[in-house]
Design a protein around this ligand. Structure first.
Ligand SMILES: C[S@@+](CC[C@H](N)C(=O)[O-])C[C@H]1O[C@@H](n2cnc3c(N)ncnc32)[C@H](O)[C@@H]1O
Length: 255
């Protein structure tokens, strides 16, 4: 089997369109695992992924480790923009937002853009954390490629980025709103008095026990009336036991 066919088939298997990944980085990840597992042929590689659940998990985990983009799943950002953040701004004079597992910054910066559009820059503080120091350094730079911005409406791309060759450089006024910090969700103390926690596509490969722990701590971090936004593929089934109410798709509210 050739590499292209492998990539197409494995994309279907994972439900991830691999063409959205920076290909050099992805090729390196795919081939380094292949080597580590002592596999020499792509047909065999595919067979292993189809039949060995643990290896399949490891593969997806490795591939998606830092994947992010501006307005990823745009409908959720529209809800943040039109409902959740305005509701918070009505209720509180200052609000604190935590993007946990923020990767390259696309997620917290998307929120900064929304806050800026809502003309509430001086009333919102955004903390963004990740376990990966390298990706945090990249996030602080605020330099992106066209692919990272493909879900962000064009007028916002033009308003908040400066183009330099193929790079899109985020303006300082948006960068300034986010404070990046190193944080391990599995070990470190959590933020407190948070009005909105956004934690998407981070816990997806954790065990149920670890996830429950994290969600319990998120609950404690939130103020009453605060929201937790999770990824589209990771609904919290036991939200009631944790004390949450289901508010909107992927949004949970602490009563
Ligand atoms: C797939 S990215 C998600 C980025 C963004 N939240 C989004 O949905 O677009 C997952 C991020 O979680 C981070 N991560 C993984 N394990 C973590 C942990 N234990 N504590 C904090 N961050 C973690 C990774 O470094 C990675 O940047």
């Amino acid at each position: 089997m050739d590499y292209q066919t492998f990539k197409e088939k494995v994309g279907v298997l994972c439900g991830i369109n691999l063409s959205y990944y920076k290909s050099q980085q992805m090729d390196r990840r795919i081939n380094s695992l292949m080597q580590a597992w002592g596999i020499t042929e792509y047909g065999e590689y595919l067979h292993v992924l189809e039949t060995d659940h643990e290896k399949f998990r490891e593969f997806v985990n490795k591939l998606t480790i830092n994947v992010s983009e501006f307005f990823r799943n745009p409908e959720r950002f529209i809800e943040l923009w039109e409902k959740v953040i305005p509701e918070m701004l009505k209720k509180y004079s200052q609000i604190r937002i935590w993007s946990a597992g923020c990767s390259d910054g696309s997620e917290p910066y998307s929120i900064s853009i929304i806050v800026s559009e809502l003309r509430a820059r001086d009333r919102v503080k955004i903390v963004a954390t990740d376990i990966d120091r390298e990706i945090l350094a990249k996030a602080k730079e605020g330099i992106y490629g066209a692919n990272d911005l493909r879900s962000l409406p064009v007028h916002l791309q033009e308003k908040y980025f400066e183009k330099n060759g193929s790079n899109f450089i985020l303006k300082d006024e948006i960068k300034r709103m986010v404070e990046f910090r190193h944080h391990n969700l599995l070990h470190d103390p959590y933020e407190t008095n948070v009005h909105l926690i956004v934690c998407r596509n981070v816990v997806i490969y954790f065990t149920e026990e670890a996830k429950n722990n994290i969600y319990t701590k998120f609950y404690q971090s939130l103020v009453p009336g605060g929201y937790l936004l999770v990824g589209g593929t990771e609904p919290i089934l036991q939200y009631r036991q944790l004390g949450f109410e289901h508010a909107l798709t992927s949004f949970y509210k602490k009563p």
